[in-house]
Design a protein around this ligand. Structure first.
Ligand SMILES: C[S@@+](CC[C@H](N)C(=O)[O-])C[C@H]1O[C@@H](n2cnc3c(N)ncnc32)[C@H](O)[C@@H]1O
Length: 257
């Protein structure tokens, strides 16, 4: 058992977690709508990209937002089963300009400057090497082209940060780290991006949906509830923890080039 755990790579963990639950990410209400998706659509409408890039495409919602305004969209994800779900959903929506590509963000199989618009939504916190992935994002994006990064953001207060990472890991064994806004800005700058605009938001997670989407085993869902029940007033207030375990996270949208 221990030997097996040591031989399992992080990327295999991600594929196992997401591949088995691809349809749930296509259907997820939290992922299928939001002011961030509206902003992606608006920026794409303004930019009219030739080659848009959805990095860590998941259920494909950023790609569906860009597709009506782009000549083509490449939806890239490490999980081939996610990409199958995107192709089926794009077909259902009548979007015929979305091309799936299986790849890890840390090693993108595209020449420099291949894309003229990039969206990366709720994926980077799963990457094994986030700084490498962001450098790859910068490399495949043409100089000066718009990039939009959206993710869960860790609170600046250490106790709330620790609580968030703990419940995320219990829910999803492939979780790596939710970064703070300051870390995001530093990582993007290190990768060669210039940040234009940062918007913060809040997003409510329905506990039953949030755990069902990741097929969290009941024992681990119970452990999350135990952590929530033991949380300090400060942490409970920050996440607006509700009696059924539903809670509210911070999000960030960074626009860069
Ligand atoms: C929450 S989903 C993304 C949601 C989606 N972008 C949306 O707008 O609805 C996270 C995705 O990141 C993908 N992912 C995780 N690690 C990755 C990596 N290193 N490279 C590429 N994709 C990765 C997972 O397979 C998963 O499909």
């Amino acid at each position: 058992m221990t030997e097996h755990l040591f031989r399992r790579t992080g990327h295999e963990l991600v594929d196992r977690q997401f591949g088995s639950t691809a349809a749930a990410y296509v259907a997820s209400a939290v992922h299928a709508a939001g002011a961030d998706l509206d902003r992606i659509a608006l920026r794409a409408q303004e930019a009219r990209p030739q080659h848009a890039f959805d990095l860590g495409a998941g259920g494909g919602h950023a790609g569906y937002a860009m597709a009506p305004h782009a000549r083509n969209v490449t939806a890239c994800d490490i999980s081939p089963r996610m990409l199958e779900a995107i192709s089926a959903e794009a077909n259902r929506r009548g979007l015929n300009n979305i091309a799936p590509q299986a790849a890890a963000a840390e090693a993108l199989p595209f020449p420099d400057g291949s894309f003229d618009f990039l969206a990366c939504r709720f994926s980077a916190h799963h990457w094994r090497q986030v700084q490498t992935g962001l450098r790859e994002a910068r490399r495949v994006l043409a100089p000066g082209a718009p990039a939009m990064f959206i993710d869960v953001v860790a609170p600046a207060a250490p106790a709330a940060d620790t609580h968030l990472q703990a419940v995320e890991l219990l829910r999803d064994g492939s979780h790596v780290r939710d970064y703070s806004a300051a870390q995001w800005l530093a990582m993007l700058e290190n990768a060669g991006f210039s940040v234009d605009r940062l918007t913060t938001g809040r997003l409510r997670m329905d506990f039953a949906d949030w755990t069902a989407r990741m097929r969290t085993p009941p024992a681990l869902a119970a452990a999350i509830r135990a952590l929530q029940n033991a949380a300090s007033d400060e942490v409970a207030a920050h996440f607006e923890i509700e009696p059924d375990g539903s809670f509210t996270i911070d999000t960030l949208l960074v626009e860069a080039f």
